[in-house]
Design a protein around this ligand. Structure first.
Ligand code: ATP
Length: 335
């Protein structure tokens, strides 16, 4: 294990920002801290970076307790949401900054800066100043600057959130490729589930200062344990037990035994088939065309469903339909 986080808690006055966080990060692992605004992601990242002291708990990195190691001695590369480049320095000077303050010799600095410029595909822009760069280019420089000092761990705090959708997609791919190539353990904060699904080996879904579920992207999407995770990661149709019993009793077969009043059935939109049927129990409310697929909004008794299809295929507002839910693709989640 590269990083072991044990029992970390942090309060701001009476407000509990982190409650008893336990987590491990493997040698080459890419971990995403995912959750809505205010759930404690940045606070946890800052504790790991050494920029904020936890009230309780322990951080161990490569077998060494970090409690006495200040942020600057941890040798972690940090990239923040705002690019935070030095405005009066060129691209090359920004990237070489960390090496210069370590008094590395000029030849080594020049060589390292040149390697990193190649890595981020910006060799031709080495003499530009930050204000002469696009947002995506600035964020690439920030990443290269963090990598220049051969960090033992990379910490990324929403590095892509200021970029427009197309550039964000490109940058995601680049961060993914760079991290895979260098194999440095990485922790990234994001509230964007799509980003987490694409980049992470492991997603840590946080809720109100606690960890709700840790797992691979497939685990969180296909096997969420709680309603919160099912709702936050991807789109889900959540059906209360009483509804399932009344309308689709055959789906009750896989429900965990025992007293579970607080269980709901989670069904993803792509796991429901829609059939036109004159006396079907459900009604199409609208069909949204999304390019490569359509979302069909359907009312069935008192529940609204979202179903994903390749095309409209004759479905229109007001059409009567029946829905086939694949029992093997559903999972029960706690509320
Ligand atoms: P976002 O996605 O909006 O950045 P987040 O999940 O990263 O959210 P944090 O920044 O970790 O959330 O904040 C968690 C909670 O702690 C929030 O309610 C925030 O208001 C509070 N908080 C964070 N820093 C401080 C501080 N220095 N003083 C007081 N409260 C703070």
């Amino acid at each position: 294990m590269a990083l072991e986080i044990s029992n970390i808690s942090k309060k701001f006055d009476d407000y509990v920002a982190l409650h008893d966080i336990n987590l491990t990060v493997g040698e080459h692992e890419f971990v995403c801290l995912l959750g809505p605004s205010g759930c404690g992601k940045t606070t946890l990242l800052r504790v790991i970076a050494g920029l904020l002291e936890a009230d309780t708990g322990q951080l161990v990195f490569e077998g060494q307790d970090l409690s006495q190691t200040p942020a600057r001695e941890r040798n972690f590369g940090i990239v923040f949401q705002s690019y935070s480049l030095f405005p009066n320095m060129t691209v090359a000077q920004n990237i070489g900054y960390g090496l210069r303050i370590r008094n590395e010799n000029k030849r080594i600095i020049d060589q390292r800066v040149s390697e990193l410029l190649t890595l981020i595909k910006m060799s031709h822009l080495l003499d530009r100043f930050p204000w002469q760069l696009s947002g995506g280019q600035q964020q690439r420089v920030a990443l290269a600057r963090a990598l220049a000092v051969d960090p033992r761990l990379i910490l990324l705090d929403e590095p892509l959130s200021a970029l427009d959708a197309r550039v964000r997609n490109e940058m995601r791919q680049e961060i993914h490729d760079v991290q895979r190539r260098l194999g440095i353990p990485t922790i990234m904060v994001t509230h964007d589930q799509e980003e987490a699904l694409m980049l992470a080996d492991t997603i840590v879904c946080m809720n109100n200062g606690t960890i709700e579920q840790v797992g691979s992207p497939e685990d969180l999407y296909l096997r969420p344990l709680t309603r919160y995770v099912a709702d936050f990661v991807g789109i889900s149709n959540l059906l209360p037990t009483a509804w399932v019993q009344a309308h689709q009793p055959e789906l009750m077969a896989r429900r965990p035994a025992g007293e579970h009043d607080g269980l709901e059935l989670c069904v993803r939109p792509e796991h429901i088939a829609v059939r036109s049927e004159a006396n079907g129990p459900a009604t199409v409310q609208s069909v949204t065309f999304l390019g490569n697929l359509c979302h069909v909004h359907i009312q069935w008794a008192d529940r609204k469903f979202i179903v994903e299809r390749r095309s409209r295929d004759g479905l229109h507002q007001g059409a009567r339909v029946s829905l086939d839910i694949d029992p093997a693709q559903c999972c029960w989640v706690s509320c």
